[in-house]
Structures are given as structure tokens and as C-alpha cells.
Design a binder for this molecule. Structure first.
Ligand SMILES: *Cc1c(COP(=O)(O)O)cnc(C)c1O
Length: 467
């Protein structure tokens, strides 16, 4: 068998992929029929595929390549670390410099009172850690019955059994026996789709108060924690109304439950601050991190733990950990990534320059006939596609039909924009320039035009009649 390289014809790579590679969140034979796109290299915000197309990556990979592609410093950090110490564990009375240095750096960057880090290999693993840690915390505090964790429908917290159960993706729960017991879901603060006749402010309060109702119904002595993304990402970049988080914080404080902020997407500059909790002005006890922690150059995740929880957990033998918890190469790469984000002022530039510019341009998309609302925080944004803006109507077709058509048009115009149902989302590398933002918006506009034309042609511009 010949060596498989970038130089093989695309069709051969596609055939081999279809024969042997099973893709996440993908209908396998469906994909084989369509043919996958083969990405061969990348630089800055630009991907190159096996046919030589240059594609603007409006999603930073999977929300993770915050510093952009092609930073040689990270490759060098990995090579240096692999030569010096490619692996050692942190289980049995041992440690190593990359894990020490990265946990110190995270404590420095995190809000006050966060001085402890438990490493994992991914965001899913980190949320599994969190689930066991909050239950262990309450057990150690003499309240073992406080084992319920409340989460939200349409939240995404990962794909393992624990984290997938914490998440509120119904399509995931339908397969493989999830959710596990003692996880309770409340409704999400998605005003566009679910706000009815309420103002966004009223709706934000109503959704937040579902937390209080749930706590009362389940019994305040049984609820240990609430987990949420500061801004829902995979659920479609749902920016909550302004009334939402202050009310959640009030309820969390009132009942003394732990707040887990899943910062896997929001962390490391995505919202214009180091953490989404700062942007949303909330005070969590645990922050889940992954993705932007290493800008995706290495798989790594973790939990940043507040002093109060860390003190309790440090007081027991916590029987939990992963072979690759604090993997030295991943830590070295993450540390270099944080150095670049910090020293090059990337987070500050996002907050003060590029995110405001992107917001101004992105919001002009609401002038397009297909676009109902445009919501954006820092460098994560979404638009709702609709056949009728005034009534915020959904399309008559199955949710996602129109979004998929729009994504296809984006792909054809060499722009990666993802769809979640009939919402289109962006989350570009944080280093995107103003010129590149202009290109992104122009291509989005072009794709929306083409999508609109196709919908009219196919008779899909029809609103769903409310049942
Ligand atoms: C991606 C994601 C996760 C899961 O991270 P993995 O590294 O894919 O396991 C968890 N939480 C949020 C908010 C995410 O976006």
C-alpha cells in the first residue's frame, strides 16, 4: 500500500476516508455519498484543502484555534518538550515543570480566588471531573444527598457519558443510555426561538427563575450545583438576555449551590476577556477549560477550582484522574499559547478593536431578508434565519434544512460557517484582522443571497404555522 500523503488525488483520499474513518456527529454513509473536504494545511485564519482552495475559517477549527494557525513557537515548544520529557504522570507523588508552570499561569490569569487546577485531556473529561468533584465536595461537607446537578436543555458540555448527560442535547440523549441519574435540565434562555410574547428582559428572568423553581421542587437539600456556559456555544451561540445571569447568580447565592461555568469556548479571550464569567459578571466556583487553552494545538482540558472547593477536595484522596492529566507536551504547548495571547495583547485587541468592528459589521446582516436577529459577544456570534422576521417564525421545513443549505453556500464560497438548526454561527480565530472580517462578512452576505435564491426556487420560504 502506498504511503498516504497530501499529494494524493482528493477522490482517493475521500475513498480511503469513507472506507476506514468514522467521523464524530456524522451520518457515515451519508457523508461518504457527499464526499468529505480534505484540509491539508492552514495559516492565520486561512485553511487550504486538497484541491488548493483557500478557505476563511470562521469557526477557528472547532471554536479553539484562538491564536490562529501556523504559530511555529508552539511547534517548537512541543518539540523541545518531547525531547526533554515526552511523558510522565502526575499520579504517584510526582510532578513535572510543564504542569507546575501551566497551573501557576492559569491561577495568575483566572479571577481572584482561583488558585488550583485539575488537568484533563479534553473538555468532556474535565466536566466528568467536575461532576464527581462537586458530589465529592458535598459528601465531604456531610451532605452526600446533595448530588443533583442542574443544567439546561440545549447546553453542550461534552460527549462522554457524564458530560453528555450534563449537556442538554436531546439527540445525544436518545442514543446510548443518557442522561445518567440525578441530572436535571431546565429551559435555555433562547429568546428568539422560545420567548413568545415576552420582552427579552422578562424572558431572561422567567428562564433564570426556572432554576429556583427546580431547586424548590427537587429539594434545596438535594441540589449540589448548576452548570452552564456563560454563552451557549454549540447550542447556536445563544446570548442570554441581560436580566438572565444576575438572577441566576442571586439564586445560586441564595441556595448556596456551586456554580460551574463551562468556559471551554468562552475562555481565553473568546468573549473579549480572559473568561466569559468576567464578561457575564458571574462568580463561579469551578471553571471548565479546554479548546482555546492550547488553541487546539494539543488536546488538553482542565478544571480551575476556587480555593474553598479545592481545600475540601485536597483534604481527601480524590480517586479520579486521567493518564494524560497534565500531559507535559500539552502543558508546554498551552503555556506557549497563553504567553502569546498575553504578551501580544490579543485578548485586549479583541475587546477594544476587532470585536467592536466585527459586531458593527455582523449586525448589518440583519438587513438581509433571511436574517431575523444577529447576536454577538466578543468573537462568537450567530444569526437566526427566518421566513418572516416580524413574527420570528421558524421555517416550515424540518429544523436545520435551511441552515444546511446556507452552510453549503458558505462552503462553496470558501467560508466556514456552521449551522445549528437554522441558526448560522461564527467563532473566528481571535487574530482575525479587520480586512479579513470584511471578507468574512462579504462572503456571508453572498452565501445568504444564494441561499435565499435557492429557498425561493425550492418553495422553502414558508413559515411554520404555530400548533
Ligand atoms: C467543546 C465543548 C466541550 C467538550 O470539549 P471536548 O474537548 O470536545 O471534550 C465542553 N463544553 C463546551 C462548552 C464545549 O464547547
Amino acid at each position: 500500500m502506498a504511503v498516504i500523503t497530501n499529494h494524493m488525488p482528493t477522490s482517493e483520499l475521500q475513498a480511503l476516508d469513507a472506507a476506514h474513518h468514522m467521523h464524530p456527529f456524522t451520518h457515515g454513509t451519508g457523508l461518504a455519498g457527499k464526499g468529505v473536504r480534505v484540509i491539508t494545511r492552514a495559516n492565520g485564519v486561512w485553511l487550504t484543502d486538497s484541491d488548493g482552495n483557500r478557505i476563511l475559517d470562521g469557526m477557528a477549527g472547532l471554536w479553539c484555534v484562538n491564536i490562529g494557525y501556523g504559530r511555529k513557537e508552539l511547534a517548537q515548544a512541543a518539540a523541545r518538550q518531547m525531547e526533554e520529557l515526552p511523558f510522565y504522570n502526575t499520579f504517584f507523588q510526582t510532578t513535572h515543570v510543564p504542569a507546575i508552570a501551566l497551573s501557576q499561569k492559569l491561577a495568575e490569569l483566572a479571577p481572584e480566588g482561583f488558585n488550583h487546577v485539575f488537568f484533563a485531556g479534553s473538555g468532556s473529561e474535565a466536566n466528568d471531573t467536575n461532576l464527581r468533584m462537586v458530589r465529592t465536595y458535598w459528601a465531604e461537607k456531610g451532605q452526600p444527598e446533595r448530588n443533583i446537578v442542574i443544567s439546561r436543555w440545549n447546553a453542550y458540555h461534552g460527549s462522554s457519558v457524564g458530560s453528555g448527560s450534563l449537556g442538554g442535547m436531546k439527540g445525544m440523549h436518545m442514543q446510548g443510555g443518557m442522561p445518567i441519574p440525578d441530572i436535571h435540565h431546565i429551559d435555555q434562555p433562547n429568546w428568539w426561538a422560545e420567548g413568545g410574547d415576552m420582552t427579552p428582559e422578562e424572558f431572561g428572568l422567567e428562564r433564570a427563575r426556572q432554576l429556583e423553581t427546580a431547586i424548590q421542587e427537587l429539594g434545596p437539600e438535594r441540589v449540589g450545583a448548576f452548570i452552564a456556559e456563560p454563552v451557549q456555544g454549540a447550542g447556536g451561540v445563544i446570548v442570554p438576555p441581560e436580566t438572565y445571569w444576575p438572577e441566576i447568580q442571586r439564586i445560586v447565592d441564595k441556595y448556596g449551590i456551586l456554580l460551574i461555568a463551562d468556559e471551554v469556548i468562552c475562555g481565553f479571550g473568546r468573549t473579549g476577556n480572559w473568561f466569559g464569567s468576567q464578561t457575564m459578571n458571574i462568580r463561579p466556583h469551578i471553571m471548565t477549560v479546554a479548546k482555546g487553552l492550547s488553541s487546539g494545538y494539543q488536546p488538553i482540558g482542565g478544571s480551575i477550582i476556587c480555593d474553598e472547593v479545592a481545600e475540601v477536595i485536597n483534604g481527601v484522596e480524590f480517586n479520579h484522574g486521567y493518564t494524560y492529566s497534565g500531559h507535559p507536551v500539552a502543558c508546554a504547548v498551552a503555556l506557549e499559547n497563553l504567553r502569546i495571547l498575553d504578551e501580544e495583547g490579543i485578548v485586549t485587541r479583541v475587546r477594544e478593536e476587532t470585536a467592536p468592528y466585527l459586531k458593527e459589521k455582523f449586525e448589518t446582516l440583519t438587513e438581509h431578508p433571511l436574517v431575523g436577529e444577529a447576536k454577538i459577544v466578543g468573537m462568537m456570534g450567530s444569526i437566526a434565519l427566518t421566513p418572516d422576521k416580524a413574527s420570528r417564525a421558524a421555517f416550515e421545513s424540518e429544523a436545520g434544512t435551511v441552515g444546511f443549505i446556507c452552510r453549503e453556500r458558505c462552503f462553496a464560497n470558501n467560508l466556514v460557517m456552521r449551522h445549528v438548526g437554522d441558526r448560522m454561527i461564527i467563532s473566528p480565530p481571535l487574530v482575525i484582522s479587520k480586512d479579513e472580517i470584511d471578507i468574512l462578512i462579504a462572503r456571508a452576505w453572498q452565501s445568504l443571497d444564494e441561499c435565499h435564491a435557492k429557498l425561493k426556487e425550492d418553495g422553502l420560504m414558508k413559515a411554520r404555522v404555530a400548533s
